[in-house]
Design a protein around this ligand. Structure first.
Ligand code: GLN
Length: 321
């Protein structure tokens, strides 16, 4: 992105931000206290380009748990360590047709999770991340990967982790169901291994980031896998491309199809109210943080920012040809 183009983008973002500030539609996630008690009025936008240009407005430094927006990066870590063929033995790459935690639609006939962007798939991909290491070392490895993408270490939102673990029966259920079909790569001699796999997922969902830092993680995916600040290679180009493709069809829960029709770009949302959208043609990532969610669980203002940006700059790859 040239400096002139970036300046235009800034102006447009300032206008979109002001326009959407009064929008109070939707409701915060209420399944755990830390999300239920979040300030619903928070609103921040950050943009980061592959070459490290940054723009932010509003609450772009406000911390939040990354939640489901960790999933593309956990998938990337598994792909890096095992290659696509092995990873796809354990997790599919099709739309699930259900919510992110649906007990019935998450797994295919073999018990394999449909894709890495739903909870079952994220638990399965995380089970492939450094499986030989002890728990602490595995979590440290994940944190280090995030640090290489963002140029700063993510925090850990402990109250959110504890609440996820307290209420995580559905996720433990999915992990146990996969293990019962030999579809979770865990130690078969450890009867608690599926519960531990779910716990690893809760830890990663509870990593704390902000819009600015998360935008740098997103920019890594359009920079061939190289962190925009560190200049360090985090993922291969092939891994980054594969992750974006799956985000494009399954990143926005069961609102993914409609979102792709309107926006046509890869994006991932998390229940804390974050949306990370990637613009491959401009090699940049946009992150919106605004906790009020729509019916599908996507940030209302987040989706609206993406739509407006794509319309104003003609970024939809299949429209206006
Ligand atoms: N951590 C929550 C869960 O596993 C929500 C993840 C998300 O952002 N959908 O249910």
């Amino acid at each position: 992105v040239s400096h002139a183009e970036f300046a235009e983008l800034r102006q447009s973002m300032e206008r979109i931000y002001t326009d959407l500030l009064p929008n109070e539609e939707g409701a915060v996630a209420d399944y755990i206290p830390t999300l239920r008690d979040a300030d619903p009025d928070k609103f921040g936008i950050a943009i980061c380009t592959a070459d490290g240009q940054v723009f932010s407005i509003g609450d772009a430094d406000a911390g939040f748990s990354v939640q489901s927006t960790s999933k593309p990066f956990s998938y990337a870590m598994a792909l890096e360590q095992h290659g696509a063929e092995e990873v796809h033995r354990w997790v599919g790459q099709e739309q699930s047709g259900g919510t992110f935690n649906d007990p019935r639609l998450s797994l295919d006939h073999d018990g394999k999770p449909k894709n890495p962007m739903i909870n079952a798939g994220a638990i399965a991909t995380l089970a492939l991340v450094e499986p030989g290491l002890a728990e602490t070392a595995r979590f440290t490895e994940v944190k280090k990967t995030w640090e290489r993408m963002m140029g700063a270490e993510p925090g850990s939102d402990t109250p959110t982790f504890l609440a996820e673990r307290d209420t995580g029966h559905g996720n433990r259920g999915l992990a146990n169901l996969m293990a019962s079909r030999d579809m979770l790569r865990v130690d078969p001699r450890d009867r608690d291994a599926p519960d531990k796999a779910a716990e690893f997922y809760f830890q990663v969902c509870s990593l704390q980031v902000d819009a600015k830092r998360l935008a740098a993680a997103g920019a890594t995916l359009v920079n061939g896998g190289v962190g925009p600040y560190s200049g360090e290679r985090v993922f291969s180009q092939a891994t980054s491309g594969q992750v974006l493709a799956v985000m494009a069809h399954s990143g926005m829960y069961d609102g993914s199809g409609q979102f792709f029709g309107q926006v046509g770009l890869p994006a991932k949302s998390g229940v804390s109210g974050n949306v990370m959208m990637v613009v491959p043609s401009k090699r940049l990532a946009v992150v919106v943080f605004s906790p009020r969610l729509d019916e599908a669980g996507n940030s209302v203002r987040g989706v609206e920012v993406c739509r407006r940006l794509v319309n104003e700059f003609g970024l939809h790859p299949y429209k206006g040809l």
